[in-house]
Design a protein around this ligand. Structure first.
Ligand SMILES: Cc1ncc(COP(=O)(O)O)c(C=O)c1O
Length: 392
């Protein structure tokens, strides 16, 4: 009997980060422990008060069944209060918020509610893989758009052909942006919202990184621009060092949330309620977020200064966990990442691996590598010494 994967699964290339993991394994087999700037997952523990809140909740909620699909009422209320405080945006916790098992689940499954075979989805390149994988599994067509490095990596809306915009049903944006670290101002977000409204495109904003910023002003949310035809995805993963807990939410236009709830109820289950309780505790505290920002900023400054000292262009990000570093002139991202592994024992992600080819045939990740600022400050200092020794 032949066991064959479906055409959808066959069409998926290797998950980029699996290849990064393999590289780390190779080095380890040679007795070398590299400093791993590959995958954007924290090495430090989730803050203790969040872990304590989860422990308490397990006992307090000793007998309960399946968690609510859409999120416990207290969690949704806390999300609404936090959104109001942070962004000044009003959300009705009963109708405009739905809990998710983190962004990946939410983003991937979202397409099932809105995309019919052949519908176009506007997807940033480089971008978080579930935008395009979710599109593919819903049998939609991903149109990869360029973010202009000369315009702070804002979407190049003028380059989206009119006939594509006409067919598009959904547009993903991600600001603060992974991996470029770009933050857009409110007027730039409004420009995108206006474009979507004009073409009747649902605007979905992945805002997983709004709290990891190094700018004077906190980055805005798309919810500050409006709610009609708009939805945002948020996650506790990066804000509160909760990548392993799987908790986040979608919020925005009630009509969109209604459809998303219907998808969610049929596809998976809710996040365990004691995890929602821990997330509620996390959202009630800003001190740990402030500390995380300071720590990540210190790492950013150490690594980016070393890259500049080594003779590379200054690519210091305004936000996120990532440095989207230009490789030396004439070098591909893959070549530079290979040199970083061999000569400095640093694992990074080549830009080509996390970018898709644009309609004009170019790959916007070509010539970049991504550093995820997850090693400790001490490790970043060691990495900086090694980076300075590179001959670029
Ligand atoms: C753009 C973007 N969105 C969301 C996430 C986080 O996803 P999750 O909430 O599933 O942990 C990541 C993680 O790397 C990301 O890069």
């Amino acid at each position: 009997m032949d066991i064959t994967p479906s055409k959808r699964v066959q069409s998926i290339g290797a998950y980029a980060f699996a290849a990064v993991d393999a590289k780390v394994g190779e080095l380890k087999a040679r007795g070398i422990t590299p400093i791993d700037f590959g995958v954007g997952d924290y090495a430090q523990p989730t803050p203790q008060f969040i872990r304590e809140a989860a422990k308490k909740a397990i006992d307090e909620r000793a007998s309960y069944g399946y968690p609510s699909y859409i999120g416990d009422a207290s969690y949704r209320k806390t999300v609404a209060a936090w959104t109001k405080k942070r962004f000044g945006a009003e959300l009705n916790p009963d109708t405009e918020i739905c809990a998710t098992i983190g962004s990946k689940e939410g983003v991937f499954n979202f397409h099932e509610g809105f995309i019919d075979p052949g519908d176009v989805v506007l997807v940033p390149s480089p971008g978080y893989p579930p935008y395009k994988r979710g599109t593919l599994f819903a049998e939609g067509i991903a149109h990869f758009y360029r973010m202009d490095p000369k315009k702070n990596f804002a979407p190049d809306l003028d380059a989206i052909p009119a006939e594509v915009a006409k067919k598009a049903k959904l547009m993903w944006i991600n600001y603060p942006n992974s991996p470029t670290g770009a933050v857009l101002k409110k007027d730039e977000l409004k420009r995108i919202a206006d474009f979507c409204r004009k073409h009747e495109i649902i605007l979905a904003a992945d805002e997983a990184y709004t709290e990891l910023y190094y700018t004077d002003q906190p980055p805005p949310s798309i919810l500050e621009v409006g709610k009609e035809g708009i939805v945002t995805s948020f996650s506790l993963s990066k804000r509160s060092i909760m990548t392993g807990w799987r908790v986040g939410w979608f919020a925005g236009d009630k009509r969109i949330i209604d459809i998303f709830k219907k998808v969610k109820t049929n596809v998976d289950s809710g996040t365990a309620t004691f995890i929602q309780d821990a997330a509620t505790a996390a959202l009630s505290d800003e001190k740990h977020v402030d500390e995380l920002r300071k720590e990540t900023r210190t790492k950013r400054d150490i690594v980016c200064k070393a890259l500049v000292d080594a003779g590379l262009p200054d690519c210091t990000p305004q936000s996120t966990l990532y440095v989207w570093q230009k490789a030396p002139k004439g070098s591909s991202g893959i070549d530079f990442a290979a040199r970083l592994v061999e000569e400095a024992h640093l694992v990074t992600t080549p830009g080509e691996w996390i970018s898709d080819t644009l309609p004009d045939g170019s790959n916007p990740g070509a010539g970049y590598v991504r550093f995820a600022l997850v090693p400790s400050i001490e490790e970043c200092k060691t990495a900086a010494e090694r980076i300075r020794k590179l001959k670029v």
